[in-house]
Design a protein around this ligand. Structure first.
Ligand code: NI
Ligand code: MN
Length: 225
């Protein structure tokens, strides 16, 4: 499995013919060096919640690639107006797709969708546990620290992607606690430095997460699992 970090919370996950993108915030992302048009053969788009920096370019990517969008029921209901293919799930649910399994996990956050001047209900925010070809990743979405993350230890996660930027989500100290709950083989910090308000030094996270295997990915940098 190859995972590429596109900045903020956006990841591309590739394994065989599966090519998923999680939280595709590309065109509006000041730290992104990817282009929406450059994203080819995307089979699935995962959206953790309705905020613009996560829903991002999901519709355009899904239209360009005929991708299936996987999100909560409220976000999928909202996306139906754009005539894209969706698969709705909800927190606690797991489903077996042709590529592997997806479980939707809790996140403590908001999920409102900004549409013109209105905020549309985007249901509850979530994270994803995605298993493909025997490799399992956890993308926490935007969340505060929760004791529930302890439960993820039983999932035997290979790589956990945790927000560290603070203000809207866990900061570094809370993300270290989360990483110790999840006990993934590798932990990767995300959701930092995109904007001034979420400035954080990933090296600080690495230093504080003593005893844990931490990988810091640069923008457009890949790792293999
Ligand atoms: Ni958010
Ligand atoms: Mn966010």
């Amino acid at each position: 499995m190859k995972i590429t970090y596109l900045g903020h919370s956006a990841l591309v996950v590739e394994e065989g013919s599966f090519k998923g993108i999680i939280d595709p915030f590309i065109s509006g992302n000041p730290s992104s060096i990817a282009s929406v048009e450059g994203l080819k053969n995307i089979t699935h788009v995962f959206v953790t919640h309705g905020h613009g920096d996560h829903l991002g370019d999901a519709v355009e990517i899904a239209r360009n690639n005929n991708s299936l969008i996987i999100a909560n029921a409220e976000i999928c209901a909202y996306l139906n107006r754009f005539k894209v293919r969706t698969h709705s799930m909800h927190i606690g649910g797991r489903y077996r797709f042709d590529f592997g399994t997806v479980k939707m996990t809790t996140a403590l956050h908001g999920s409102g969708i900004t549409d013109g001047g209105n905020i549309i209900c985007g249901g509850n925010p979530c994270g994803f546990v995605i298993e493909v070809a025997g490799r399992k990743i956890y993308h926490a979405g935007d969340t505060g620290l929760t004791l529930d993350m302890n439960l993820l230890e039983d999932e035997n996660i290979d790589a956990a992607f945790l927000p560290i930027g603070g203000n809207y989500t866990m900061d570094i100290d809370d993300a270290v606690k989360a990483a110790r709950f999840v006990k993934a083989k590798v932990t990767v910090p995300i959701h930092y430095n995109t904007f001034g308000v979420i400035a954080a030094d990933p090296a600080d996270f690495l230093n504080k997460a003593k005893g844990l295997d931490v990988v810091i990915l640069g923008i457009n940098e890949s790792m293999n699992l």
